[in-house]
Design a binder for this molecule. Structure first.
Ligand SMILES: [Zn+2]
Ligand SMILES: [Zn+2]
Length: 202
């Protein structure tokens, strides 16, 4: 009549050991790496399960840091960038060090202050073959690289393209204080200096 005593219980949330922090399905957490020299792993909680002795096991989906991916860290990867992988695992809740937030790229660049537990993700990553989704992103500047939120950029008034300060010989201070910027390409093109008139139909 009664179910086996070892039946597992699926939970919506639980308290992180030794804290008053509640973690729910869908939350992002930092998990202790086996190698204590390494930064903690970042994982998304997919499922929370407790056994009869209240040991909590988590089904997690790993976020990879750029250096953990096959292509390695590239110049346009931000310091807080993570890739949402297709790599799942079962982990003990005891390895949780704390919670963190993985922002969308759009929200991340709007943050006024980036705290130690703020990350962002703009790519999904297939751990087995090293592929990314999307497999291409918009590129900017004369260097033709995607946006790295750690590098300050300035927008050209005319072409609306974005440029890294260091690529167009502007200091950080100049990038911040310049109100209207015109890139070299645009300031050398006579058409773009004409503000009035009917747009040509070709
Ligand atoms: Zn550049
Ligand atoms: Zn321009």
């Amino acid at each position: 009549m009664t179910k086996a005593k070892s039946a597992k219980k699926v939970l919506d949330s639980f308290l992180v050991k030794g804290t008053d922090k509640s973690v729910r399905v869908g939350d992002t957490v930092l998990m202790r790496a086996e190698d204590s020299e390494k930064p903690p792993y970042v994982a998304k909680i997919e499922k929370i399960e407790a056994d009869s002795r209240n040991n909590i096991k988590l089904r997690v989906r790993w976020y990879y840091r750029p250096e953990e991916s096959k292509c390695g860290r590239r110049p346009f990867h931000g310091a807080r960038e993570l890739f949402l992988s297709d790599h799942y695992d079962i982990q003990s809740a005891d390895t949780i060090e704390g919670t963190c937030t993985v922002h969308t790229f759009r929200n991340y660049i709007k943050l006024e202050t980036v705290r130690a537990d703020d990350f962002f993700c703009r790519f999904e990553y297939q751990a087995a073959n090293g592929d990314f989704t999307p497999d291409r992103v918009a590129v900017y500047c004369i260097c033709g690289l995607p946006y790295n939120p750690d590098n300050l950029m300035i927008q050209c008034e005319a072409c609306k393209d974005w440029f890294h300060g260091h690529c167009v010989n502007l200091s950080t201070e100049q990038v911040i204080t310049t109100e209207k910027y015109m890139c070299t390409g645009c300031s050398n093109t006579p058409e773009n200096n004409r503000n009035k008139g009917i747009a040509p139909d070709t």
